[in-house]
Design a protein around this ligand. Structure first.
Ligand SMILES: *Cc1c(COP(=O)(O)O)cnc(C)c1O
Length: 493
Protein backbone atom coordinates (compact mmCIF):
# COMPACT_ATOMS: atom_id res chain seq x y z
CA UNK A 1 0.00 0.00 0.00
CA UNK A 2 1.50 3.30 -1.07
CA UNK A 3 0.78 6.91 -0.26
CA UNK A 4 0.34 9.67 -2.81
CA UNK A 5 0.21 13.45 -2.81
CA UNK A 6 -3.09 15.28 -2.45
CA UNK A 7 -2.13 18.09 -4.86
CA UNK A 8 -0.35 16.01 -7.49
CA UNK A 9 3.37 15.77 -8.19
CA UNK A 10 5.78 18.57 -9.08
CA UNK A 11 8.71 16.25 -9.99
CA UNK A 12 10.79 17.30 -6.97
CA UNK A 13 9.14 14.67 -4.74
CA UNK A 14 8.67 10.94 -5.33
CA UNK A 15 5.22 10.16 -6.78
CA UNK A 16 4.45 7.45 -4.26
CA UNK A 17 5.95 6.72 -0.89
CA UNK A 18 5.72 4.06 1.78
CA UNK A 19 4.09 4.67 5.14
CA UNK A 20 7.43 5.25 6.89
CA UNK A 21 8.46 7.91 4.38
CA UNK A 22 5.07 9.61 4.52
CA UNK A 23 5.34 10.05 8.27
CA UNK A 24 8.99 11.12 8.30
CA UNK A 25 8.43 13.80 5.63
CA UNK A 26 4.71 14.65 5.67
CA UNK A 27 4.66 17.62 3.30
CA UNK A 28 4.37 16.87 -0.42
CA UNK A 29 4.42 18.68 -3.78
CA UNK A 30 2.68 22.07 -4.02
CA UNK A 31 2.25 22.12 -0.22
CA UNK A 32 0.03 19.03 -0.36
CA UNK A 33 0.03 16.13 2.10
CA UNK A 34 0.06 12.33 1.80
CA UNK A 35 -3.03 10.14 1.51
CA UNK A 36 -3.52 6.44 0.81
CA UNK A 37 -3.52 5.68 -2.91
CA UNK A 38 -6.37 3.21 -2.44
CA UNK A 39 -8.39 2.37 0.66
CA UNK A 40 -8.24 -1.18 2.00
CA UNK A 41 -11.59 -2.91 2.69
CA UNK A 42 -12.53 -5.00 5.72
CA UNK A 43 -13.72 -8.13 3.95
CA UNK A 44 -16.94 -9.93 4.95
CA UNK A 45 -15.87 -11.41 8.31
CA UNK A 46 -13.59 -8.66 9.63
CA UNK A 47 -16.01 -7.14 12.15
CA UNK A 48 -17.21 -10.55 13.35
CA UNK A 49 -13.62 -11.73 13.71
CA UNK A 50 -12.72 -8.74 15.89
CA UNK A 51 -15.81 -8.75 18.06
CA UNK A 52 -14.01 -10.48 20.90
CA UNK A 53 -10.53 -9.16 20.34
CA UNK A 54 -8.59 -6.50 22.19
CA UNK A 55 -8.14 -2.89 21.11
CA UNK A 56 -4.52 -3.67 20.37
CA UNK A 57 -5.25 -6.59 18.07
CA UNK A 58 -7.89 -4.58 16.22
CA UNK A 59 -5.29 -1.84 15.80
CA UNK A 60 -2.72 -4.28 14.52
CA UNK A 61 -5.18 -5.70 11.96
CA UNK A 62 -5.90 -2.22 10.60
CA UNK A 63 -2.20 -1.41 10.36
CA UNK A 64 -1.77 -4.66 8.46
CA UNK A 65 -4.60 -3.81 6.07
CA UNK A 66 -2.70 -0.59 5.29
CA UNK A 67 0.48 -2.67 4.85
CA UNK A 68 2.53 -0.30 6.99
CA UNK A 69 6.25 -0.92 6.53
CA UNK A 70 7.11 -0.98 10.24
CA UNK A 71 8.63 -4.10 11.79
CA UNK A 72 6.44 -6.27 14.01
CA UNK A 73 8.42 -5.64 17.18
CA UNK A 74 8.26 -1.86 16.88
CA UNK A 75 4.52 -2.06 16.28
CA UNK A 76 4.05 -4.28 19.29
CA UNK A 77 6.03 -1.91 21.51
CA UNK A 78 4.13 1.07 20.16
CA UNK A 79 0.75 -0.53 20.88
CA UNK A 80 1.89 -1.54 24.37
CA UNK A 81 1.60 2.18 25.19
CA UNK A 82 -2.19 1.73 25.32
CA UNK A 83 -1.44 -0.16 28.53
CA UNK A 84 -0.71 3.24 30.08
CA UNK A 85 -4.36 4.21 29.67
CA UNK A 86 -6.71 4.06 32.67
CA UNK A 87 -8.03 0.62 31.75
CA UNK A 88 -5.53 -1.30 29.61
CA UNK A 89 -8.19 -3.86 28.70
CA UNK A 90 -10.38 -1.09 27.27
CA UNK A 91 -8.56 2.18 26.54
CA UNK A 92 -11.74 3.71 25.00
CA UNK A 93 -14.83 3.12 27.17
CA UNK A 94 -18.33 3.76 25.84
CA UNK A 95 -20.92 5.33 28.15
CA UNK A 96 -24.67 5.64 27.57
CA UNK A 97 -25.93 9.15 28.31
CA UNK A 98 -29.57 8.46 27.43
CA UNK A 99 -31.69 8.99 24.31
CA UNK A 100 -29.87 6.41 22.20
CA UNK A 101 -26.64 8.44 22.54
CA UNK A 102 -23.38 6.80 23.63
CA UNK A 103 -20.24 8.71 24.49
CA UNK A 104 -16.96 7.20 23.37
CA UNK A 105 -14.34 8.53 25.79
CA UNK A 106 -11.08 9.13 23.97
CA UNK A 107 -9.34 10.92 26.86
CA UNK A 108 -8.07 8.18 29.15
CA UNK A 109 -4.40 8.53 28.15
CA UNK A 110 -1.50 10.25 29.93
CA UNK A 111 -2.36 13.86 28.93
CA UNK A 112 -6.16 13.50 29.37
CA UNK A 113 -7.15 14.40 25.80
CA UNK A 114 -7.85 12.41 22.67
CA UNK A 115 -4.55 13.40 21.06
CA UNK A 116 -2.92 10.59 23.09
CA UNK A 117 -4.89 7.99 21.10
CA UNK A 118 -2.66 8.63 18.10
CA UNK A 119 0.36 10.45 19.46
CA UNK A 120 1.36 7.73 21.89
CA UNK A 121 1.94 4.96 19.30
CA UNK A 122 2.79 7.38 16.49
CA UNK A 123 5.51 9.05 18.56
CA UNK A 124 7.05 5.72 19.41
CA UNK A 125 7.12 4.62 15.76
CA UNK A 126 8.58 7.89 14.54
CA UNK A 127 11.32 7.84 17.17
CA UNK A 128 12.14 4.21 16.32
CA UNK A 129 12.45 5.04 12.63
CA UNK A 130 14.74 7.97 13.42
CA UNK A 131 16.97 5.69 15.46
CA UNK A 132 16.97 2.90 12.89
CA UNK A 133 17.91 5.33 10.14
CA UNK A 134 20.42 7.09 12.39
CA UNK A 135 18.89 10.38 11.42
CA UNK A 136 18.21 13.36 13.65
CA UNK A 137 14.64 14.75 13.42
CA UNK A 138 13.11 18.03 14.44
CA UNK A 139 9.40 17.50 15.13
CA UNK A 140 7.27 20.60 14.90
CA UNK A 141 3.92 20.76 16.63
CA UNK A 142 1.44 23.62 16.48
CA UNK A 143 -1.15 23.36 19.18
CA UNK A 144 -4.33 24.96 20.40
CA UNK A 145 -3.72 23.17 23.67
CA UNK A 146 -3.96 19.39 23.39
CA UNK A 147 -1.52 18.33 20.66
CA UNK A 148 1.35 20.12 22.41
CA UNK A 149 1.20 18.26 25.72
CA UNK A 150 0.61 14.94 23.94
CA UNK A 151 3.56 15.46 21.57
CA UNK A 152 5.90 16.51 24.39
CA UNK A 153 4.81 13.54 26.47
CA UNK A 154 5.41 11.02 23.69
CA UNK A 155 8.78 12.38 22.53
CA UNK A 156 10.43 13.52 25.77
CA UNK A 157 13.94 12.12 26.17
CA UNK A 158 13.75 10.26 22.83
CA UNK A 159 17.10 9.87 21.12
CA UNK A 160 17.39 11.42 17.66
CA UNK A 161 14.33 13.61 18.21
CA UNK A 162 13.96 17.28 19.09
CA UNK A 163 10.52 18.79 19.54
CA UNK A 164 9.47 22.39 19.12
CA UNK A 165 5.94 23.10 20.20
CA UNK A 166 4.17 26.35 19.26
CA UNK A 167 1.11 27.44 21.22
CA UNK A 168 -0.95 30.65 21.05
CA UNK A 169 -0.30 32.67 24.20
CA UNK A 170 -3.54 33.07 26.15
CA UNK A 171 -5.29 30.61 23.82
CA UNK A 172 -5.08 27.59 26.12
CA UNK A 173 -6.38 26.65 29.56
CA UNK A 174 -4.02 26.94 32.58
CA UNK A 175 -3.78 23.16 32.77
CA UNK A 176 -2.88 22.85 29.08
CA UNK A 177 -0.25 25.58 29.36
CA UNK A 178 1.24 24.04 32.49
CA UNK A 179 1.33 20.62 30.82
CA UNK A 180 3.63 22.19 28.23
CA UNK A 181 5.72 24.76 30.07
CA UNK A 182 6.57 22.42 32.96
CA UNK A 183 7.59 19.52 30.70
CA UNK A 184 11.30 19.35 31.28
CA UNK A 185 13.57 17.35 28.99
CA UNK A 186 16.66 18.48 27.10
CA UNK A 187 15.14 17.69 23.68
CA UNK A 188 12.01 19.83 24.13
CA UNK A 189 11.35 23.47 23.37
CA UNK A 190 8.00 25.18 23.98
CA UNK A 191 7.29 28.59 22.48
CA UNK A 192 4.30 30.80 23.12
CA UNK A 193 3.44 32.97 20.13
CA UNK A 194 1.54 36.22 19.93
CA UNK A 195 -1.35 35.12 17.74
CA UNK A 196 -4.01 32.44 17.48
CA UNK A 197 -3.89 28.73 16.55
CA UNK A 198 -4.22 29.43 12.82
CA UNK A 199 -1.08 31.60 13.10
CA UNK A 200 0.77 28.78 14.84
CA UNK A 201 -0.37 26.26 12.24
CA UNK A 202 0.47 28.60 9.34
CA UNK A 203 3.98 29.11 10.76
CA UNK A 204 4.40 25.36 11.01
CA UNK A 205 3.25 24.69 7.47
CA UNK A 206 5.46 27.49 6.17
CA UNK A 207 8.54 26.11 7.89
CA UNK A 208 7.84 22.55 6.79
CA UNK A 209 7.70 23.70 3.19
CA UNK A 210 10.51 26.28 3.35
CA UNK A 211 13.65 25.28 1.39
CA UNK A 212 15.87 27.75 3.28
CA UNK A 213 14.73 26.46 6.65
CA UNK A 214 15.41 22.91 5.49
CA UNK A 215 18.84 23.93 4.22
CA UNK A 216 19.76 25.42 7.56
CA UNK A 217 18.71 22.21 9.29
CA UNK A 218 20.51 20.09 6.70
CA UNK A 219 23.73 21.83 7.68
CA UNK A 220 23.13 20.45 11.16
CA UNK A 221 22.24 17.06 9.68
CA UNK A 222 18.66 17.38 10.87
CA UNK A 223 15.44 16.58 8.97
CA UNK A 224 12.09 18.04 9.86
CA UNK A 225 8.69 16.41 10.42
CA UNK A 226 5.37 17.30 12.03
CA UNK A 227 3.27 15.91 14.84
CA UNK A 228 0.05 17.54 13.65
CA UNK A 229 -2.64 15.65 11.83
CA UNK A 230 -1.17 16.74 8.49
CA UNK A 231 0.92 13.67 9.31
CA UNK A 232 -0.80 10.49 8.15
CA UNK A 233 0.87 8.65 11.03
CA UNK A 234 -1.59 10.47 13.28
CA UNK A 235 -4.60 9.75 11.10
CA UNK A 236 -4.08 6.02 10.86
CA UNK A 237 -4.41 5.65 14.64
CA UNK A 238 -7.67 7.60 14.50
CA UNK A 239 -9.44 4.94 12.47
CA UNK A 240 -9.44 2.12 15.04
CA UNK A 241 -11.44 3.69 17.84
CA UNK A 242 -14.39 4.25 15.51
CA UNK A 243 -14.46 0.54 14.77
CA UNK A 244 -13.88 -0.30 18.43
CA UNK A 245 -16.76 1.94 19.57
CA UNK A 246 -19.09 0.35 17.01
CA UNK A 247 -18.10 -3.11 18.27
CA UNK A 248 -18.70 -1.93 21.84
CA UNK A 249 -22.31 -1.18 20.84
CA UNK A 250 -22.60 -4.71 19.50
CA UNK A 251 -21.01 -6.16 22.64
CA UNK A 252 -23.50 -4.19 24.75
CA UNK A 253 -26.36 -5.63 22.67
CA UNK A 254 -27.47 -2.17 21.58
CA UNK A 255 -27.12 -3.12 17.93
CA UNK A 256 -26.41 -6.16 15.84
CA UNK A 257 -23.46 -6.43 13.52
CA UNK A 258 -24.36 -4.65 10.30
CA UNK A 259 -26.81 -2.17 11.89
CA UNK A 260 -26.15 1.44 11.00
CA UNK A 261 -25.17 4.15 13.48
CA UNK A 262 -24.23 7.82 13.48
CA UNK A 263 -20.76 8.91 14.52
CA UNK A 264 -20.77 12.44 15.91
CA UNK A 265 -17.45 14.23 16.08
CA UNK A 266 -16.41 17.56 17.61
CA UNK A 267 -14.22 18.80 14.79
CA UNK A 268 -11.38 21.24 14.26
CA UNK A 269 -8.60 20.13 11.98
CA UNK A 270 -10.86 17.26 10.85
CA UNK A 271 -8.47 14.44 11.71
CA UNK A 272 -10.95 12.64 13.92
CA UNK A 273 -13.75 12.96 11.34
CA UNK A 274 -11.38 11.85 8.59
CA UNK A 275 -10.65 8.69 10.59
CA UNK A 276 -14.40 8.07 10.70
CA UNK A 277 -14.69 8.66 6.96
CA UNK A 278 -11.95 6.10 6.34
CA UNK A 279 -13.57 3.57 8.70
CA UNK A 280 -16.84 4.01 6.79
CA UNK A 281 -15.10 3.55 3.48
CA UNK A 282 -13.39 0.40 4.74
CA UNK A 283 -16.79 -1.06 5.52
CA UNK A 284 -17.98 0.12 8.94
CA UNK A 285 -21.79 0.50 8.79
CA UNK A 286 -22.00 4.23 9.43
CA UNK A 287 -25.15 6.02 8.32
CA UNK A 288 -23.54 9.47 8.37
CA UNK A 289 -20.53 11.09 9.99
CA UNK A 290 -21.85 14.08 11.92
CA UNK A 291 -19.41 16.97 11.99
CA UNK A 292 -20.01 19.22 14.99
CA UNK A 293 -18.44 22.67 15.23
CA UNK A 294 -18.57 25.77 17.38
CA UNK A 295 -19.35 29.23 15.93
CA UNK A 296 -16.17 29.01 13.85
CA UNK A 297 -18.45 27.05 11.58
CA UNK A 298 -16.50 26.74 8.32
CA UNK A 299 -17.09 22.99 8.24
CA UNK A 300 -20.84 23.38 8.76
CA UNK A 301 -20.96 25.82 5.87
CA UNK A 302 -18.88 23.58 3.63
CA UNK A 303 -20.97 20.48 4.20
CA UNK A 304 -24.31 22.30 3.96
CA UNK A 305 -23.57 24.68 1.06
CA UNK A 306 -20.38 23.50 -0.65
CA UNK A 307 -18.77 26.84 0.07
CA UNK A 308 -15.49 27.20 1.98
CA UNK A 309 -15.31 30.91 2.56
CA UNK A 310 -12.98 32.51 5.08
CA UNK A 311 -12.52 35.75 3.10
CA UNK A 312 -14.54 37.79 5.57
CA UNK A 313 -14.12 35.60 8.61
CA UNK A 314 -11.84 35.98 11.55
CA UNK A 315 -11.38 33.51 14.34
CA UNK A 316 -13.80 33.78 17.25
CA UNK A 317 -12.58 32.66 20.67
CA UNK A 318 -14.99 30.11 22.13
CA UNK A 319 -15.26 27.76 25.09
CA UNK A 320 -14.12 24.94 22.78
CA UNK A 321 -10.72 26.34 21.71
CA UNK A 322 -9.46 23.10 20.12
CA UNK A 323 -12.14 23.69 17.48
CA UNK A 324 -11.36 27.38 16.93
CA UNK A 325 -10.06 27.08 13.42
CA UNK A 326 -10.59 28.51 9.96
CA UNK A 327 -8.29 26.41 7.78
CA UNK A 328 -9.06 22.83 8.63
CA UNK A 329 -6.15 20.79 7.27
CA UNK A 330 -7.71 17.37 6.76
CA UNK A 331 -10.60 18.48 4.56
CA UNK A 332 -7.94 18.28 1.87
CA UNK A 333 -7.73 14.50 2.25
CA UNK A 334 -11.49 14.18 1.79
CA UNK A 335 -11.38 16.32 -1.36
CA UNK A 336 -8.53 14.22 -2.66
CA UNK A 337 -10.21 10.93 -1.92
CA UNK A 338 -13.51 12.00 -3.50
CA UNK A 339 -12.45 14.28 -6.35
CA UNK A 340 -8.77 13.51 -7.11
CA UNK A 341 -5.53 15.46 -6.96
CA UNK A 342 -6.11 17.86 -9.88
CA UNK A 343 -9.32 19.18 -8.38
CA UNK A 344 -7.84 19.24 -4.88
CA UNK A 345 -4.87 21.25 -6.09
CA UNK A 346 -7.21 23.74 -7.75
CA UNK A 347 -9.45 24.10 -4.69
CA UNK A 348 -6.59 24.43 -2.22
CA UNK A 349 -4.92 27.06 -4.39
CA UNK A 350 -8.14 29.04 -4.43
CA UNK A 351 -8.37 28.78 -0.68
CA UNK A 352 -4.77 29.96 -0.24
CA UNK A 353 -5.05 32.80 -2.71
CA UNK A 354 -8.66 33.97 -2.42
CA UNK A 355 -9.61 32.45 0.94
CA UNK A 356 -12.60 30.95 -0.85
CA UNK A 357 -13.77 28.01 -2.92
CA UNK A 358 -17.12 26.65 -4.02
CA UNK A 359 -17.79 22.98 -4.78
CA UNK A 360 -19.86 21.96 -7.80
CA UNK A 361 -23.43 20.78 -7.05
CA UNK A 362 -22.54 17.11 -7.76
CA UNK A 363 -19.54 17.39 -5.46
CA UNK A 364 -21.69 18.81 -2.71
CA UNK A 365 -24.24 16.03 -3.19
CA UNK A 366 -21.47 13.46 -2.74
CA UNK A 367 -20.34 15.14 0.47
CA UNK A 368 -23.86 15.14 1.84
CA UNK A 369 -24.22 11.42 1.32
CA UNK A 370 -21.43 10.96 3.84
CA UNK A 371 -21.59 13.89 6.25
CA UNK A 372 -24.09 15.91 8.24
CA UNK A 373 -22.88 19.12 9.88
CA UNK A 374 -24.13 21.52 12.51
CA UNK A 375 -22.63 24.07 14.88
CA UNK A 376 -23.25 24.98 18.48
CA UNK A 377 -22.88 28.30 20.30
CA UNK A 378 -21.13 28.58 23.67
CA UNK A 379 -24.46 29.22 25.32
CA UNK A 380 -25.97 26.05 23.86
CA UNK A 381 -22.88 24.06 24.74
CA UNK A 382 -23.17 25.27 28.37
CA UNK A 383 -26.77 24.10 28.42
CA UNK A 384 -25.79 20.63 27.25
CA UNK A 385 -23.08 20.46 29.91
CA UNK A 386 -25.66 21.46 32.56
CA UNK A 387 -28.31 19.08 31.30
CA UNK A 388 -26.03 16.05 31.33
CA UNK A 389 -24.35 17.04 34.58
CA UNK A 390 -27.81 17.07 36.18
CA UNK A 391 -28.27 13.52 34.88
CA UNK A 392 -24.89 12.46 36.28
CA UNK A 393 -22.52 12.80 33.32
CA UNK A 394 -19.77 15.41 33.21
CA UNK A 395 -18.55 16.43 29.79
CA UNK A 396 -16.17 19.02 28.41
CA UNK A 397 -17.26 21.90 26.12
CA UNK A 398 -15.91 20.26 22.94
CA UNK A 399 -17.92 17.11 23.52
CA UNK A 400 -20.96 19.23 24.35
CA UNK A 401 -21.03 20.79 20.86
CA UNK A 402 -22.14 17.40 19.52
CA UNK A 403 -25.54 17.52 21.19
CA UNK A 404 -26.92 20.39 19.14
CA UNK A 405 -27.83 18.25 16.11
CA UNK A 406 -30.29 16.19 18.16
CA UNK A 407 -32.76 19.06 17.93
CA UNK A 408 -33.64 17.16 14.77
CA UNK A 409 -35.77 14.15 15.86
CA UNK A 410 -34.83 12.23 12.70
CA UNK A 411 -31.38 11.65 14.14
CA UNK A 412 -32.68 9.79 17.17
CA UNK A 413 -33.97 6.93 15.02
CA UNK A 414 -30.51 5.32 15.03
CA UNK A 415 -27.97 5.03 17.86
CA UNK A 416 -25.27 7.70 17.92
CA UNK A 417 -21.72 7.53 19.11
CA UNK A 418 -20.56 10.95 20.31
CA UNK A 419 -16.81 11.32 20.74
CA UNK A 420 -15.55 12.88 23.92
CA UNK A 421 -12.22 14.47 23.13
CA UNK A 422 -11.10 15.87 26.48
CA UNK A 423 -11.44 15.11 30.16
CA UNK A 424 -13.20 17.74 32.30
CA UNK A 425 -9.88 18.53 33.99
CA UNK A 426 -8.48 20.21 30.88
CA UNK A 427 -11.23 22.83 30.70
CA UNK A 428 -12.26 23.07 34.33
CA UNK A 429 -12.73 26.81 34.50
CA UNK A 430 -15.21 26.78 31.59
CA UNK A 431 -17.05 23.74 32.94
CA UNK A 432 -17.19 25.20 36.43
CA UNK A 433 -18.80 28.27 34.95
CA UNK A 434 -21.33 26.15 33.05
CA UNK A 435 -22.40 24.15 36.09
CA UNK A 436 -22.02 26.63 38.97
CA UNK A 437 -22.52 29.92 37.14
CA UNK A 438 -19.31 31.22 38.77
CA UNK A 439 -16.96 32.84 36.27
CA UNK A 440 -13.34 33.84 36.57
CA UNK A 441 -12.06 31.01 38.72
CA UNK A 442 -8.56 29.83 37.97
CA UNK A 443 -8.20 26.23 36.83
CA UNK A 444 -6.84 25.31 40.22
CA UNK A 445 -9.90 26.66 42.03
CA UNK A 446 -12.28 25.29 39.39
CA UNK A 447 -10.83 21.79 39.62
CA UNK A 448 -11.48 21.80 43.37
CA UNK A 449 -14.94 23.25 42.90
CA UNK A 450 -16.00 20.61 40.36
CA UNK A 451 -14.31 17.80 42.24
CA UNK A 452 -16.33 18.67 45.35
CA UNK A 453 -19.60 19.34 43.55
CA UNK A 454 -19.49 16.22 41.38
CA UNK A 455 -17.68 14.07 43.92
CA UNK A 456 -14.93 12.98 41.54
CA UNK A 457 -11.20 12.91 42.08
CA UNK A 458 -8.66 15.07 40.26
CA UNK A 459 -6.14 12.80 38.50
CA UNK A 460 -2.71 12.96 40.12
CA UNK A 461 -1.01 14.01 36.86
CA UNK A 462 -3.21 17.11 36.73
CA UNK A 463 -2.90 17.94 40.43
CA UNK A 464 0.89 17.70 40.26
CA UNK A 465 1.14 20.34 37.51
CA UNK A 466 0.59 23.23 39.89
CA UNK A 467 3.70 22.44 41.91
CA UNK A 468 6.08 21.78 39.05
CA UNK A 469 8.62 24.47 38.09
CA UNK A 470 8.06 26.32 34.80
CA UNK A 471 10.95 25.62 32.45
CA UNK A 472 9.71 27.25 29.22
CA UNK A 473 8.74 30.90 29.57
CA UNK A 474 9.45 32.21 26.08
CA UNK A 475 6.67 34.14 24.26
CA UNK A 476 7.57 35.71 20.91
CA UNK A 477 6.25 37.37 17.77
CA UNK A 478 5.50 34.95 14.96
CA UNK A 479 8.15 36.39 12.63
CA UNK A 480 10.81 35.39 15.15
CA UNK A 481 9.84 31.71 15.26
CA UNK A 482 12.26 30.51 12.60
CA UNK A 483 15.31 32.17 14.21
CA UNK A 484 14.35 30.87 17.61
CA UNK A 485 14.02 27.30 16.36
CA UNK A 486 17.36 27.44 14.56
CA UNK A 487 19.02 28.80 17.71
CA UNK A 488 17.59 25.90 19.73
CA UNK A 489 18.74 23.37 17.13
CA UNK A 490 22.22 24.85 17.06
CA UNK A 491 22.46 24.41 20.81
CA UNK A 492 21.28 20.83 20.47
CA UNK A 493 23.74 19.58 17.90
C1 LIG B 1 -7.90 18.32 18.70
C2 LIG B 1 -9.22 18.40 19.38
C3 LIG B 1 -10.43 18.46 18.67
C4 LIG B 1 -10.46 18.53 17.16
O1 LIG B 1 -10.06 17.34 16.57
P1 LIG B 1 -9.70 17.31 15.01
O2 LIG B 1 -9.23 15.94 14.76
O3 LIG B 1 -8.61 18.33 14.82
O4 LIG B 1 -10.91 17.68 14.26
C5 LIG B 1 -11.61 18.50 19.37
N1 LIG B 1 -11.63 18.52 20.72
C6 LIG B 1 -10.49 18.47 21.44
C7 LIG B 1 -10.58 18.53 22.92
C8 LIG B 1 -9.25 18.40 20.81
O5 LIG B 1 -8.12 18.36 21.53
Amino acid sequence: MLFVETRGNDASFPKQVKFSDAILAPIASFGGIYSPETMPKFGPTFLQDHLNQSYKSLTLSILNLFEVDIDAQTLQEALALYDRFDDPTNPVPLVNVGDNVYVSELFHGPTRAFKDMALQPFGYILASLAKQRQQQYLILAATSGDTGPAALETFKNCENIQVVCLYPEGGTSDVQRLQMVTESAPNLKVIGIKGDFDDAQAALKYLLASPTFKQQLNKLNVSVSAANSVNFGRIIFQIMYHIHSYLELVRKNVIELGDRVYLNIPSGNFGNALGAYYARKMGLPIERVIVSSNVNNVLTELINTGKYDISEKSLVKTTSPAMDILKSSNVERILFDLFGSLRTHELMRQLDEQRFYQLEPEELATLKQIFIADFCTDEQSNQFIQKHYAKGYLMDPHTATCFKVYDDPLLSTLPSIVYSTAEWTKFSSLIDQAITGQSGRSDREALESISTAANIGIPAVIQALFDKPVCHSLVIDKHLIEDEILRFMNEQT
